[in-house]
Ligand binder design. Structure first.
Ligand code: ATP
Ligand code: MG
Length: 563
């Protein structure tokens, strides 16, 4: 497969740009020849497939170069964070197949960050500003002309120290003062125009409780947290490229270990949204069943949908690591899960849109056990018996009364093979008063049973079936795209991404499945022959079997890309 990481001849994989940087560093003996990465989620939502990309990259690099990866919760914004999210993030990373070296929280460093702020004040590099948020933004100006310095910028060190201490002691209300770095109000990079380091927030924190009422900003906390942990390569998405000078400035000003920030393009996928804020809105406004709704691009949603960790890791590898933004087609993700499930899913027969088929010359009291292969891709999965009898369920779409020439399935007078069983010939149909077909009558040829020497007779089509007498009923959830446009975030004025929701993204059908489903192993993977890959939903019970369709068998991505 062609990816950005393969060379022209498509044979020997080449290094992506971050690997090239790391190999150069290792060659030069930098960082004692040990790399240390981190994955730094903010615990304000569940992880999505974009985060999976970052996880695979950070953990993958450490694995490849014998390094380590920390998990660090970037919990500097107490208003939106919660332990529920912390727990789900840990579960998702482990499910993806990765284990962090150490678990840290930016809040572990609040005391250290505070002392460093004092150090910067003492060095004349930080000051307390009494301007309001609006005034600060206004004075910052625009990139093309210099900003305006705050009247509080040249306060004495003593006054700054006293005010900052009183901010910490809770003497001032939210929004009344901030601590700013004193850098350059004329810089063309807006992030360097005296960025805010601390704001006052009288809010309880999910870990530090009420110890703090001032909280560090992302830019002040992130690089220093990396530094404290001895991170060597701090990998983040492209939007942080403009923050890099500030990242570097804090490390230099504090004279602390200086990790290298490297940016790569974030993953975008069409027909979905990927911001946690929007995903939260979908959950809170009940447009979906929850964070793990199988239509969500969250890792728990994909898991419930039947995606495997291998398929997601393979997807991350396939898309590669790039320096420029692009949008990946959702069908590539589907291609990856299809490839993986083809290897591991057990085959079974299920009829989703049933019509009854009666084999008139098959004795009413007779039953046979047909031998079926569980997984042609893996002989170790063995064989199973599928009960066969006179009355079967087949798919409505496998019969057509007025069949065109190129329709090779059932029509009156035509023969097809019933998978693992006999060749049958369609003789007639029964209809109700409205003309709907209620039963299809056939005859079978006993000499054509699969596996018998005479059974080599060729017919153009093979269809699946389930015995009426033996079938189990199951609820099957058929998912379609959650949004009906490729870029749901692109909206006209007055509209929101919610206007692009696909109202038909979930169809529930009552299906008939093979009787073997007596247990409810959650999340087992099956291929319903000829239909697609399905898994047992977490709500499934012994009495109420529920399947989710992971993906259909049809492979549009491979077709488009000629593979
Ligand atoms: P969102 O914008 O979806 O809320 P975020 O960037 O605020 O995401 P964080 O919890 O801060 O989410 O992200 C943790 C890590 O995951 C960061 O290093 C971030 O760069 C990375 N990440 C987030 N989204 C993507 C994405 N779409 N593709 C690749 N990496 C991502
Ligand atoms: Mg973020």
């Amino acid at each position: 497969m062609v990816t950005e990481n393969t060379n022209e001849n498509n044979i020997k994989p080449t290094l992506h740009f971050i690997e090239a940087i790391i190999e150069e560093d290792l060659k030069n003996g930098k960082n004692n020849k040990q790399i240390h990465t981190r994955f730094p989620p903010e615990p304000n939502g569940y992880l999505h497939i974009g985060h999976a990309k970052s996880i695979c990259l950070n953990f993958g690099l450490a694995k490849k170069y014998n390094g380590k990866t920390n998990l660090r919760f970037d919990d500097t914004n107490p208003t939106k964070e919660d332990v529920e999210y912390v727990d789900s993030i840990k579960e998702d990373i482990q499910w993806l197949g990765f284990q962090w070296d150490k678990e840290f929280y930016a809040s572990d460093y609040f005391e250290q960050l505070y002392s460093w702020a004092i150090q910067l004040i003492n060095d004349g590099k930080a000051y307390v500003d009494d301007l309001s948020q609006e005034e600060i933004s206004k004075n910052r100006g625009v990139p093309t002309s210099p900003g305006k310095e705050s009247p509080y910028r040249n306060r004495s060190i003593e006054e700054n120290l006293e005010l900052f201490q009183r901010m910490r002691l809770g003497e001032f209300p939210d929004g009344s003062r901030v601590l700013r770095a004193k850098i350059d109000m004329t810089s063309p990079n807006m992030h360097m125009r005296d960025p805010i380091m601390y704001r006052i927030l009288h809010t309880e924190h999910h870990r530090t409780g009420n110890t703090w009422c001032i909280y560090p900003m992302y830019d002040y906390a992130h690089g220093q947290s990396d530094s404290i942990e001895g991170i060597t390569h701090s990998i983040c998405t492209l939007e942080f490229e403009v923050h890099r000078p500030l990242y570097d400035w804090f490390c230099e000003a504090l004279k602390i270990h200086h990790p290298q920030q490297i940016e790569f393009a974030r993953l975008n996928i069409n027909y979905t949204v990927m911001s946690k804020r929007k995903l939260l809105q979908l959950v809170q406004e009940k447009h979906v069943m929850g964070w793990d709704d199988p239509r969500m691009p969250t890792i728990c949603g994909l898991r419930r949908r039947g995606y495997t960790p291998e398929s997601i890791r393979n997807f991350a590898d396939t898309i590669g690591v790039a320096k420029r933004e692009n949008i990946i087609d959702i069908s590539l993700l589907e291609f990856c899960v299809r490839e993986d499930l083809n290897k591991r899913a057990l085959r079974t027969m299920a009829v989703l849109d049933p019509v009854k088929l009666i084999i008139d010359n098959y004795p009413g009291d007779k039953e046979e056990a047909m031998t079926a292969v569980n997984n042609p891709e893996n002989p170790d999965d063995g064989m199973r018996n599928v009960p066969f009898a006179r009355e079967l369920w087949i798919e409505k779409t496998d019969f057509l009364e007025d069949a065109p020439k190129n329709f090779f399935r059932l029509t009156i007078g035509r023969e097809v093979r019933l998978k693992y069983a006999y060749i049958i010939k369609c003789e007639s149909v029964d209809k109700d008063d409205n003309g709907n077909i209620i039963a299809i009558h056939c005859t079978y040829d006993p000499l054509t049973r699969s596996g018998m020497p005479e059974s080599n007779r060729k017919v153009k089509s093979t269809i699946h079936w389930v015995s009426v007498k033996h079938a189990k009923t199951a609820e099957v959830r058929l998912f379609d795209r959650l949004f009906n446009v490729p870029e749901p975030d692109e909206v006209e004025e007055g509209k929101t991404f919610l206007d692009n929701l696909n109202p038909d993204s979930l169809h529930i059908v009552n299906a008939y499945v093979e009787p073997k489903f007596i247990r409810t192993e959650k999340l087992s993977h099956y291929q319903f022959e000829r239909l697609g890959y399905f898994c047992i939903d977490k709500e499934s019970t012994v009495d109420n079997l529920i399947f989710n369709r992971t993906v259909t068998l049809k492979d549009t991505w491979a077709k488009i890309n000629n593979i």
